[in-house]
Design a binder for this molecule. Structure first.
Ligand code: AP5
Length: 216
């Protein structure tokens, strides 16, 4: 099965993708994580994309397509995958279609996680991320059992550079201008389901799992 998680920054795409990949045995592909790994390792690509990410802008399509291709072409994705953060505009949706067509596979389910600006700003400015496994926490909503330490792998928790309030609002603006048009694009395929992302994460997960089971 292949799933796309759509939704504004902070809607919970990463949180749900990690849980879903464990529940359904699918590979989690986050273009944001792949880009951040390149920034952390100071690769040539990382140096090129860092400024775009820190400004809350989209990284140029051709650079993201390159890292997506590299990841999607790995053998483990044959078991199915969850795309978190890709596509982000119509050009990327077309690129994805081409990649999938070459492999004779399709997207089965598209989930649009819907949330309001005030909820998103509160979530992102309080988010903590594990440096080792990428698990998300929140200072108030989902605090780790031990301050600064990941519950899952004991890795160190940190705040993302692009989670400052000003950058979060910029990212939301970019989402509205460039990404939200994908909702109609995928609605037309009949595969899109919109869910409120403001409910308890476990409830959101159950709803996605139920939709995935319906189409299995
Ligand atoms: P990316 O890393 O993809 O960030 P994003 O899309 O802005 O999404 P986030 O990771 O911020 O939020 P999320 O929806 O995953 O929410 P999360 O689960 O963490 O992209 C970063 C940057 O990389 C972009 O700005 C761009 O520059 C670049 N980039 C990436 N992909 C690109 C592409 N395809 N093209 C071009 N550029 C690209 O949850 C947020 C917080 O809320 C957490 O603290 C969590 O614990 C909490 N939370 C989650 N769910 C709930 C809930 N139900 N109730 C209460 N709290 C919750």
């Amino acid at each position: 099965m292949r799933i796309i998680l759509l939704g504004p920054p902070g809607a919970g795409k990463g949180t749900q993708a990690i849980k879903l990949s464990q529940r359904l045995g699918l590979i989690h592909i986050s273009t944001g994580d792949l880009l951040r790994q390149n920034v952390a390792k100071q690769t040539e690509l990382g140096k090129e994309v860092k400024d775009y990410m820190n400004r809350g802008a989209l990284v140029p399509d051709e650079l993201v397509a390159k890292i997506l291709m590299q990841r999607i072409n790995q053998a483990d994705t044959l078991q199915g995958f969850i795309l978190d953060g890709y596509p982000r505009n119509l050009k990327q949706a077309e690129t994805l279609e081409n990649i999938l067509r070459q492999r004779n596979i399709n997207i089965d389910l598209v989930i649009d996680l819907d949330s309001s600006e005030s909820v998103i700003v509160q979530r992102l400015t309080g988010r903590l991320v594990c440096k080792s496994c990428g698990m998300n926490f929140h200072i108030k909503n989902m605090p780790p059992k031990t301050q600064g330490v990941c519950d899952r792998c004991k890795g160190e928790l940190y705040q993302r550079d692009d989670d400052k309030e000003e950058t979060v609002r910029k990212r939301l603006d970019v989402y509205r201008k460039e990404t939200s048009s994908l909702i109609n694009y995928y609605k037309a395929t009949g595969k899109l389901h919109r869910l409120s992302a403001d409910a308890d994460p476990e409830l959101v997960l159950q709803q996605i799992v139920a939709l995935a089971k319906e189409i299995k």
